[in-house]
Design a protein around this ligand. Structure first.
Ligand code: ZN
Length: 604
């Protein structure tokens, strides 16, 4: 009897349980009802979009744990509870010590006239001011706000937005992120940056930039403040011109003429500290004492974007509940229903099954990364991971399945299960992707990830429960349940294989890179630098000798402090470029030469 044959016969037995006839139809209707109800519960307005670290997410996690208990799962965390808590950096809080003075004028008020940017470095700075237009350097456009300007040890005043204003369609839009402007000033040796909204910028008011963190945990490397025009005006005192005139005084290249402001000495202190929040994975286990001592993990993240945050695609997301019904109440509802399906069969299981509702996926797979680092049982006893993220929008029976190439076992299991499920499968080999299976694959586990695809409501407040298709979810479970059951009921080894080339399935695909490197960023890393949790085989990164665990600190001569720095640095390269990169590995730094590849269109 081959292992494949044995697995298939187990699968056949599993399928027999969903016998034909009226009883099955009733069971199916019950399943759809429960899925619908659970999605509606999780996506309710009351839980405010379940952003990691909020009360809504905490209450959702408590509810999931109660459901796990009701279903008959045992607490699965290492401390014999249902929760695996962790802290993460969740934005910044301002301290009382913020200061900004221009010359002897110290009457400016924090929060009124100036405020540090959320990614400012903390600490004191001072220097003479220079005006650098929009702070944009765009080689391809032959545009450089810094050309001819001495910036070293100065404090740079730049205009917010670009010559095209705040228009996202403008050719300047790619150059207007504040992180990029501060990075550019830092690379030119500036001691600090002040950002003001120009009086001539259309439809833009004289307001301070809100103190909102972004997805990176690393600061910008120098202090950076948002200032109002009254403060900026003080910088121009004695210069013979004004902010208004300087914005309009365009030179031959169409940029506001850069200007030293030697009479204006700026001194300031940025007092801000990272704010820590707590989130928790919810872990339930079936058959904790399974005969083989091995375990299978099934996961779905329960967090979403809350009341709008980085990641929202709504043009004005603040304060709107992002329900996240498909993303990912659907996956959690399917996880609960899978547990209900398997729980009565615990005596027949050869392996334990961990059901994990992951926290803080939207902030960069923080919960699943923690689970991989601190698993509730020795990591080598975990044989495979199944992930459901966005399974609520099945259209025409089409399902994306990722990770098929991460174990020779998957193909047969999936084909067999799909005979009954009858879905149109779009099989993808790669195990990396922007969800919770990625850290498991990076750590060497076979992964199986199902996904019904993106849609117009993705990451918008309109991803609501009424738009989720419970019948479609039940069909997805018709594929996933027999696969997981077969894994859990068998003690046969599940081999792990690395996928040769998976460039189209890179985690970074949605981030607009034109070039391909093949390193998989670990978003749970608390900077500085960009840590790679893994490297795609056959990728430029692998060919250059980059390894999983390396932390990228320099790229093409530029210091890399955060994922943003890396993104911007990549954006200025072309496929085929040779660039020098420095990674820290263990105690030392390693310098490598990377030949950049090209990347086909973004997957999602
Ligand atoms: Zn999402």
């Amino acid at each position: 009897m081959t292992s494949t044959f044995r697995r298939r016969s187990l699968l056949a037995a599993a399928l027999c349980l969903v016998a034909a006839g009226g009883a099955a139809a009733t069971a199916l209707a019950g399943r759809e009802d429960r899925l619908r109800k659970d999605v509606a519960r999780l996506a309710s307005t009351e839980w405010e979009g379940r952003r990691a670290g909020t009360e809504g997410a905490r209450r959702a996690s408590a509810w999931i744990a109660a459901e796990f208990r009701r279903i008959g799962l045992a607490p699965g965390a290492a401390d014999a509870s249902f929760f695996q808590p962790f802290t993460f950096i969740d934005g910044v809080v301002l301290g009382p010590g913020n200061q900004l003075m221009v010359g002897s004028a110290s009457g400016f008020r924090a929060g009124e006239d100036y405020r540090p940017l959320a990614f400012s470095s903390p600490g004191a700075f001072e220097g003479h001011a220079v005006f650098a237009g929009y702070g944009i350097v765009a080689k391809d456009e032959d545009y450089d706000d810094y050309a001819g300007l001495e910036v070293k040890d100065r404090v740079v005043l730049v205009l917010r937005y670009g010559p095209g204003g705040d228009d996202p369609q403008s050719k300047w839009a790619a150059f207007t992120p504040l992180r990029l402007k501060v990075m550019t000033a830092r690379e030119k040796g500036a001691r600090g940056v002040l950002v003001v909204t120009g009086p001539r910028t259309p439809d833009a008011r004289d307001e301070l930039v809100p103190l909102r963190g972004d997805a990176s945990l690393a600061d910008a490397g120098i202090p950076a403040f948002s200032v109002r025009r009254a403060l900026a005006a003080a910088l121009f005192a004695g210069s013979g011109t004004s902010l208004d005139a300087a914005q309009q005084a365009l030179d031959d290249s169409g940029r506001p003429t850069p200007l030293a402001l030697p009479l204006a000495r700026v001194a300031g202190v940025a007092d801000l500290t990272p704010k820590r929040s707590t989130a928790r994975n919810v872990i339930g286990v079936l058959a904790p004492q399974a005969p083989s001592g091995e375990a299978v993990v099934v996961g779905a993240h329960y967090d979403h974007l809350g009341l709008g945050m980085v990641g929202s695609l709504d043009p004005a997301p603040d304060g709107k509940v992002h329900h996240g019904a498909d993303d990912n109440a659907s996956g959690v509802a399917a996880l609960l229903e899978l547990a209900r399906g398997l729980a009565p069969r615990w005596r027949g299981l050869a392996r334990s099954v961990y059901f994990v509702a992951f926290a803080a996926e939207e902030l960069g797979t923080l919960g699943s990364s923690l689970f991989v680092k601190e698993p509730p049982r020795p990591f080598e006893r975990i044989v495979a991971m199944t992930n459901m993220d966005m399974v609520g929008r099945l259209r025409e029976g089409k399902l994306e399945v990722h990770g098929v190439g991460t174990s020779p076992a998957w193909q047969g299991l999936i084909e067999q299960a799909n005979r009954a499920a009858g879905l149109t499968l779009n099989l993808k080999q790669g195990g990396y992707g922007p969800s919770d299976h990625s850290p498991f694959y990076a750590a060497g586990k076979p992964v199986f990830f199902v996904f019904t695809g993106v849609h117009a409501d993705y990451h918008r407040p309109s991803d609501t429960a009424d738009r989720v298709d419970a019948a479609g979810m039940a069909r997805v479970l018709g594929l996933v349940e027999p696969v997981v059951a077969a894994l859990a009921e068998s003690a046969q080894p599940v081999a792990f294989t690395r996928v040769a080339a998976e460039r189209e399935e890179q985690a970074s695909a949605s981030r607009g890179f034109r070039v391909w490197v093949g390193g998989v960023p670990d978003y749970s890393q608390e900077g500085p630098g960009v840590r790679f949790s893994g490297v795609s085989p056959g990728s430029p990164a692998e060919r250059a000798g980059i390894q999983g665990g390396d932390v990228l600190v320099r790229f093409a001569g530029r210091e890399i402090r955060s994922i943003y720095d890396y993104t911007y640095a990549l954006g200025q390269q072309k496929p085929g470029d040779h660039v020098e990169v420095v990674v820290s590995r263990g105690e030392g730094d390693v310098t490598l030469t990377l030949t950049l590849g090209s990347r086909p269109g973004a997957v999602r």
